[in-house]
Structure formats: C-alpha cells, structure tokens
Design a protein around this ligand. Structure first.
Ligand code: ASP
Length: 345
C-alpha cells in the first residue's frame, strides 16, 4: 500500500490468532497467509501513509517462539530501520510479553516505535478484536511530536485500548479481550475517541542515538517457583546443574522464602559457583524488598539479587541478554540491578 505521504510503517507478521482460520475438519485454528489477513482489513487502505509488510514463513503460534525468532525480528527491524518511521509486529498473545521484553533489550538505542499487537479472536471472525488492535497500533507507530521525533520511541504492546511498555506487561487473561496488564507501571496511552498519550511516562530518547542491534541471547537459565513443601533434593539438583548460569527465583510476597538452612546453604553454594539468582515476587504487583523480613534477609546474605518490581518476563529476558553479552557473573549481577530499558523502577 503506497501513498505520497512521508510516513512509512513496516508490519511484521509472525503468526498467532490474529491471522488464523478454523480448519473445518479438525476444528483447530491454523495460520493463513498474510495477504488474506490484509484482505480482511480493507480499512488499511484508508491510511495516508506507506505501509509495507514482511511475514514469517510459515507463521508460527507464539508458543513456538524462541530467541532465534527474536533475533530474526531484530534483523528485520535493523535492516529496514532507516526506511521506516515505525514498526508493528503481529504476534500471538501467549508469549507476546516475552518477545516485547526481549526486544526492549536487544534493540539498544531505539528511537522509533516498535508496537506489538495481536488478538484473542481471529481477524475473520465477526466480533474480532484484531481490527481495532491492528489499526490503532499502526496509528501509534506513525505518531510524531511537533519536532518530527517519534511520540513513542520504545518497544510497546498495544492491546484493548491500552498502550503499555512491553517489558512491563504480562498476559493476564486467556479469554478476555483485555488480556494484558502493566501492573507496576502506568499505561503509556489510552485509546478512546482520541489516543491520549501520557507523555510523562514515555521514554525520552536523544534523536541522535543510533540503533545497536543485539542478536545473541543465552538461555542456560531457569524460572524456579517456590511453594510450601518444596523438596531439598529437587532444588539442589536443579541448582547443581553445571550448565545452569542463572535462575529467576520466584518467591513469596516481598521476596521471602522458607527459613530452612538447607535452602540458604544451597543458594549460597550456587551463588559461590557463579550462578546468578534473581529474586522476583510471585505477586502481580509490588516489589521485592529482601530486608523487610528475616525470611528475605537470609536470601540477601546468600548473594541473591533483588529483581525489585520487574516482571518475570523482563527479568528472564534481561538475564538472557546479559549472559548473551558474555559478561561475568559479577557483571551480570551488577547490570541486573540497573535500569536498561525502563523495565525496573
Ligand atoms: N496460541 C496463540 C498464540 O499465542 C494465541 C493467540 O494468538 O492469542 O500464538
């Protein structure tokens, strides 16, 4: 789709429900061609801007996403960066928050919008949420300030009237149209009759910054969730795995764990062996504060890093990114505490 206007947007279609159709024989949803998807949204022709597209071939369900696909997205964005004002990624909802978080670290120096969106109902279905999500995501990706800079120069998710910083989001509903939340950070914009931007919470970028794409993510890590009755042997076996470099340790409340000596010893030993352990709360909102209770203080003493108010998705992909840069465990621990892409307060 072309026009004389200056603004240009690249849509990258990866797959997901937004572009699926029901197989009449198996009754399951299967991906269909991106051209079909465009045919279902003739409204796209009304935009007075240049809209081009790239598609994953074949499109994938987002459960199949992995760091190779993230690197592919980074490559598409980096190699088209100068030609486009903004990027819209159509993505399955299931792992969209992981991809958005990963891209926020992998696209250092980003000064243009990268907006991920998708839908809960396929675009061909009458009540689909996909059309509004797609059309508004494009409008946001094209939005500029008076000085010509991008209104939202960061990686975001737009879903059900809300624009959220990507690395602050979590998928919170498997069946509501309102499927994503940014629990610990305000929405960047809300869409009603107009798109109401909350400029104070949108990242400011030096327009002279240059994109530094990063392609390597190291996934020799694990998410480990505590529960009452967790068994020493199993925990020790995981922590002693020689390939393991980092752990997202999901704790109770403000970052608390059982006071059992075996647990403190196992964590101290793992930290001493160079494993980076990051404390992220199991709660949906709030922050880790390890010095608040004795049950948290012993984790501090074991050398565990506070994930503060980071989401699991952000902490995990940040760890992958830092290990991907071949940093030492000490350097990774230091960087985990710093704000890299607006992921931590
Ligand atoms: N299973 C789909 C996916 O994540 C669900 C969706 O798109 O909403 O790819």
């Amino acid at each position: 789709m072309n026009s004389d206007s200056q603004t240009s947007i690249l849509i990258i279609y990866t797959g997901g429900t937004i572009g699926m159709i029901k197989n009449p024989h198996t009754r399951t949803l299967e991906s269909f061609n991106f051209e079909h998807l465009l045919r279902h949204v003739p409204e796209l022709r009304q935009f007075n801007m240049k809209i081009s597209s790239r598609a994953f071939n074949p499109p994938i369900d987002s459960s199949d996403m992995n760091p190779t696909h993230w690197a592919k997205l980074v490559d598409i964005i980096a190699s088209n960066y100068n030609e486009y004002d903004g990027f819209v990624i159509l993505h399955g909802t299931d792992t969209m928050s992981f991809t958005a978080s990963a891209l926020s670290f992998m696209l250092q120096g980003l000064t243009k919008p990268v907006i991920l969106t998708g839908s809960q109902l396929p675009i061909g279905v009458l009540r689909t949420d996909g059309k509004e999500n797609l059309l508004t995501a494009i409008e946001i990706a094209a939005a500029k300030n008076n000085d010509g800079t991008a209104k939202v120069p960061e990686v975001c998710i737009y879903f059900h009237n809300k624009l959220m910083r990507g690395n602050r989001t979590t998928k919170t509903s498997s069946d509501s149209f309102d499927a994503f939340k940014s629990n610990n950070y305000p929405n960047l914009a809300v869409s009603g009759i107009e798109i109401d931007y909350n400029n104070a919470v949108i990242q400011k970028k030096a327009p002279t910054a240059t994109l530094q794409p990063h392609y390597i993510m190291d996934s020799d890590i694990i998410i480990f969730s505590l529960f009452p009755g967790i068994k020493p042997d199993i925990v020790k076996q995981v922590l002693e795995n020689s390939k393991l470099k980092g752990v997202i340790f999901r704790t109770f409340g403000s970052g608390n764990a059982p006071q059992a000596t075996w647990l403190a010893d196992a964590l101290t030993e793992a930290t001493r062996n160079g494993k980076v352990i990051v404390n992220v709360t199991q709660c949906n909102t709030g922050s880790v504060k390890m010095s608040l209770y004795e049950t948290g203080r012993q984790l501090l003493e074991a050398g565990i890093i506070s994930g503060k108010d980071m989401t699991v998705e952000a902490a995990l992909t940040k760890l992958m990114y830092l290990f991907g840069k071949k940093l030492s465990p000490e350097e990774v621990r230091r960087e985990m505490k710093c704000n890299i892409a607006g992921e931590i307060s």
